[in-house]
Design a protein around this ligand. Structure first.
Ligand code: SF4
Ligand code: SF4
Length: 77
C-alpha cells in the first residue's frame, strides 16, 4: 500500500513523540525551526499509512492519506 502524510509544521511543538513510533522510521526531525522556534518532523520515502504518528501527536499535526496499490492485481511475469 502506498501512503503519505502531511505535516503541519507550524503546529508542531517539537516533542519528537512521532519519530520513534513510526515503524519504518521515515520521520526525521528538521535542522531548521518553525516560527515558534521548534524543530519539526520531515517525511522520508516509505510511509505505510499506519497512522501511529497521527495517533501519538498531541497537536494533531499529521493527516494520513492512503491510496490503493494500482498494481495490486498484477502478477509477476
Ligand atoms: S503513517 Fe505510520 S509509516 Fe507513515 S509516517 Fe506516520 S507512523 Fe510513519
Ligand atoms: S508528535 Fe506532533 S508536536 Fe510532537 S514533534 Fe511530532 S509533529 Fe511535532
Amino acid at each position: 500500500m502506498r501512503a503519505t502524510v502531511t505535516i503541519d509544521q507550524e503546529l508542531c511543538k517539537g516533542c519528537v513523540l512521532c519519530v520513534p513510533v513510526c515503524p519504518p522510521g521515515v520521520l526525521v526531525m528538521s535542522e531548521t525551526v518553525n516560527r515558534k522556534g521548534y524543530r519539526y518532523p520531515l517525511l522520508l520515502d516509505g510511509c505505510t499509512g499506519c497512522e501511529l504518528c497521527a495517533k501519538v501527536c498531541p497537536d494533531f499535526c499529521f493527516e494520513v492519506y492512503r491510496e490503493p496499490n494500482p498494481h495490486a492485481g498484477d502478477r509477476l511475469a
